[in-house]
Design a protein around this ligand. Structure first.
Ligand code: ASP
Ligand code: CP
Length: 307
């Protein structure tokens, strides 16, 4: 059994694990840690176990741990580079890595894998993306970014677009936004990749106002945040559905001309072609700042889990 830690945080499997006061503490600490190096996690070890590709999540977690004086070990392409290749179960792998590390950051292609790992783990498991399920630490850095860019989260109109069926970052973000007062969410996607009934029910249960749309033009004029996402090609089993989804929603200079002057454009990245590169020079394009915020946010999270 994992001991209760600061803020009561043990495993991080779903964004619904967080409450507002925990986020306030986390964001304040992340702000304080930004650009710093320290020794608060000296002697602690973080394992990254990645069964799916990653640029930002794995490397920013590793950077965060190193900046706090900790050590990192791990494997990428774990389906082939770990003994999973020989038929070892996820549970057995986790049991072993718990003997080698104080925290495990896990990315897997199967929804539910992080919860399965947590069921046998004796150290905290951090879900770094479980198939089309969730990506809770991404949504933490997303909200941290919104607060830094716009000064508040309460009362905002957040437009979430792209692949809302398989996009785990959109699903985690919607869950976290429920913690704020007066937030309005517009989900913009073609029917084949519109947001799932589970997220709609979650929002309804919490009285969060949301609407569904197929065209960005319908909502962009009042947006505070436009959160674009990549169509998750690797998760489609029907090519025809992917083809419908792939070019449905694109952000280009014409889209930016309709966006309010104080709004921001976010994206968890990687981007393929759903945001035109000309948008990058617009000061409202916050996606690279957003990704950079991942380091400080993950430093604060690791401290909460381990210090
Ligand atoms: N990097 C994010 C994820 O792993 C978003 C994406 O891949 O499109 O969920
Ligand atoms: N945002 C994100 O999860 O990026 P990676 O897939 O590169 O880790």
């Amino acid at each position: 059994m994992v001991a209760v830690r600061l803020g009561g945080l043990d495993h991080v499997i779903s964004a619904s694990r967080f409450d507002r006061s925990l986020l306030t503490t986390l964001f304040a600490r992340a702000g304080a840690l930004e650009g710093t190096r320290g020794q608060s996690l000296h002697g602690r070890i973080m394992a990254t176990l990645f069964y799916e590709p990653s640029t930002r999540t794995r490397l920013s977690f590793e950077s965060a741990m190193l900046r706090l004086g900790g050590c990192v070990l791990g494997t990428e392409a774990a389906h082939v580079f770990s003994s999973a290749m020989k038929g070892e179960t996820l549970e057995d792998t986790i049991r072993m890595v718990c003997a080698y590390a104080d925290v495990i950051v896990l990315r897997h292609d199967r929804e539910g894998a992080a919860a399965q790992a947590a069921s046998v783990a004796t150290v905290p498991i951090v879900n770094a993306g479980d198939g089309p399920g969730e990506h809770p630490t991404q949504s933490l850095l997303d909200l941290f970014t919104i607060e830094r860019e716009l000064g508040r989260i309460d009362g905002l109109h957040v437009v979430i677009c792209g692949d809302l069926r398989f996009g785990r970052t959109a699903r985690s973000l919607a869950r976290l936004l429920c913690l704020y007062e007066g937030v309005r969410i517009s989900f913009v996607a073609p029917d084949v990749v519109q947001v799932g009934e589970d997220i709609r029910a979650f929002l309804r249960d919490r009285g969060v106002s949301f609407t569904l749309h197929s065209r960005l033009e319908e909502v962009i004029g009042t947006a505070d945040v436009v959160y674009q996402t990549r169509v998750q090609k690797e998760r489609f089993t029907k090519l025809a559905e992917f083809e419908v989804a792939r070019s449905a929603i694109r952000i280009d200079s014409a889209t930016m001309a309709r966006l309010p002057a104080r709004a921001i454009v976010m994206h968890p990245l990687p981007r393929v072609d759903e945001i035109d590169a000309v948008v990058d020079d617009d000061p409202r394009a916050a996606y690279f700042r957003q990704a950079a915020n991942g380091v400080a946010l993950r430093m604060a999270l690791l401290e909460m889990l381990l210090a």
